[in-house]
Design a protein around this ligand. Structure first.
Ligand SMILES: Cc1cc2nc3c(=O)[nH]c(=O)nc-3n(C[C@H](O)[C@H](O)[C@H](O)COP(=O)(O)OP(=O)(O)OC[C@H]3O[C@@H](n4cnc5c(N)ncnc54)[C@H](O)[C@@H]3O)c2cc1C
Length: 503
């Protein structure tokens, strides 16, 4: 039975107790999407409690490097269908502060339809799932306990991104820095003229190279790009102006086609097809695709500005006389001047160990949005769709595949994106049958919204006509992935005991 719970059952002091209908832990964009979706099923007098260990709304955008920009046009990075108020052209790639302002605005919009109490600076310690409701225990940074009684709980931890430290290297002559604590456009690094070595070849590395090349023209910038990263070519995925009508690749069609081509074994062939249709890269090899986006202009600027690209992995930097040796995994060494800058852009995904937790608890009241039991390709989508599924009581009976994104990422970077896109296609198909159509039509996260209505309608019509019969192929591919890489990838077993705690 749903209980209306707008009452505070204890003072908000040292050991306080709150009562609410929905408790969401994680105030990043996934948590905001969960709040938005939950609010669509709640009445005005009901209450959401939103908890986060960070001191404000915004999640990873609060402390990620200062020159980070959105990959996608800003309109599609939101909670539910909350509109941006920036007043910029549609293609504008919002900067960090603009993203944070928008996420704050999303929270205010959600507050327009339901009560939302926020507890920032509070870390989740445990969720005890009872037969009637859940007890959520959190602790503030100063040690006070907060207990929340909620009908349902969503743990929206997403990719659990935390800032990177500088690389720990033997050298004391090189400056080892992290973009999260060293803005490469300003301060000592910008005032210096010694070479910069960017370690990593993903989005952070590209953003860092672009920032350095454009803000410090003439500076020697080098990149150690590992196995290389493939990006989605922005000019193909989001063509501008009139070209939206006749060129480009509609995102949902790309996802469907990738899943159609992927059979669980042929990731190299799917990658080659992607390279040819919608891919772009700065590096000669591209073993990784991490759903990042780069424009032709960015690629040109970075290619022209880079002094060298090493397709290898840095192992250590060691002082030798008045210079520093960079040592690489394949045994090569490069000598660089003392005082060179080494910037850690090695990435944020699957950095730390996190225990497995199913997306739905044994009692069906705790939804968990994280990488060990992922159901869709982006945490924003999971926050939105999975919460609709939870609120409508559809999660138990819909045999969604859970996917251990963390383990898959470690097992094969090349197969990872196509397995993930296949899981997303498969589960979206099941959700399409389980949810009211308006949940889909009102989803502002949908990248297809870039295109004019007739093109979107065509893509949707094709999905509606084909998604059920394509499921069998997708299921088979995913089962092969499970066997091949020995990772969790299959329907959730609702009888398993959920470990529901604060991890
Ligand atoms: C450098 C970088 C750039 C990116 N750019 C884009 C982009 O342009 N477009 C895009 O779509 N995606 C991008 N991503 C992916 C990005 O992860 C998502 O866009 C998104 O912001 C993640 O949101 P989230 O809510 O899932 O996770 P987070 O933003 O990490 O939010 C999770 C929240 O949960 C809180 N939390 C976790 N554990 C606890 C606990 N025990 N108690 C209390 N609170 C807890 C955390 O403090 C955090 O605030 C980027 C990722 C990186 C690393």
């Amino acid at each position: 039975m749903r209980m209306t719970a707008s009452e505070v059952t204890g003072p908000a002091d040292a050991t306080s107790m709150r009562r609410c209908d929905v408790c969401i832990v994680g105030a990043g964009v996934a948590g905001l999407n969960a709040a938005f979706a939950a609010s669509r099923h709640m009445s005005r007098d009901q209450r959401i409690v939103l908890v986060d260990r960070r001191e404000r709304v915004g999640g990873m955008w609060v402390d990620t490097y200062p020159y980070v920009r959105l990959h996608q046009p800003h309109g599609m990075f939101t909670a539910g269908n909350v509109k941006w108020t920036l007043g910029r052209e549609r293609s504008y790639l919002a900067a960090k502060d603009e993203v944070l302002d928008h996420l704050e605005h999303c929270l205010e919009e959600i507050r327009g339809s339901v009560h939302v109490d926020t507890y920032f600076g509070h870390t989740l310690e445990a969720v005890d799932e009872g037969s009637e409701r859940c007890r959520v225990t959190c602790r503030s940074a100063t040690g006070e306990l907060l207990t929340i009684h909620a009908d349902t709980v969503t743990k929206a931890f997403g990719f659990r991104i935390t800032p990177n430290d500088p690389l720990s290297l033997s050298s004391s002559q090189a400056h080892s820095v992290s973009p999260d604590s060293c803005d490469v456009r300003t301060g000592d690094i910008a005032a210096d003229d010694r070479p910069v070595w960017i370690i990593g070849g993903g989005k952070t590395a590209m953003d860092t190279a672009h920032a350095l090349i454009t803000s410090c023209p003439g500076r020697e910038v080098n990149m150690v790009a590992g196995a290389g990263t493939l990006f989605t070519r922005r000019d193909r995925a989001f063509p501008d102006g009139l070209r939206r009508w006749y060129s480009g690749v509609v995102t949902s069609s790309f996802g469907a086609e990738a899943a159609r081509r992927f059979d669980g074994t042929n990731e190299a062939a799917v990658r080659d097809w992607q390279c040819a249709t919608v891919g772009t890269a700065v590096t000669p090899q591209t073993a990784n695709f991490l759903l990042g986006v780069l424009s032709d202009d960015e690629v040109r600027t970075i290619e022209r500005g880079l002094h060298s690209v090493v397709m290898d992995y840095l192992v250590d930097a060691v002082d030798r006389d008045a210079a520093v040796d960079l040592q690489f995994r394949d045994g090569d060494t490069t000598t660089i001047p003392s005082g060179s800058w080494i910037v850690n852009c090695t990435g944020y995904v699957a950095k730390n160990e996190h225990p497995y937790e199913p997306y739905l608890s044994a009692g069906g009241k705790v939804l968990s949005i994280q990488t060990r039991s992922a159901t869709l390709h982006l945490s924003t989508y999971m926050g939105y769709f999975m919460t609709h599924m939870l609120m409508l009581g559809k999660l138990r009976d819909t045999p969604l595949y859970e996917f251990d994104l963390q383990e898959m990422f470690r097992a094969s970077r090349t197969a990872f994106p196509y397995a993930l896109l296949t899981v997303a296609q498969y589960n979206l198909s099941l959700m399409y049958d389980a949810l009211p159509t308006k949940v889909f039509t009102q989803c502002g996260l949908d990248f297809d919204r870039w295109y004019p209505l007739p093109r979107r309608t065509l893509a949707t019509a094709r999905f509606v006509m084909t998604h059920r019969r394509e499921r069998e192929h997708q299921r088979r591919s995913l089962d092969i992935v499970r066997e091949r890489f020995d990772i969790r990838c299959g329907p959730l077993r609702h009888d398993q005991t959920a470990e529901v705690d604060g991890h």
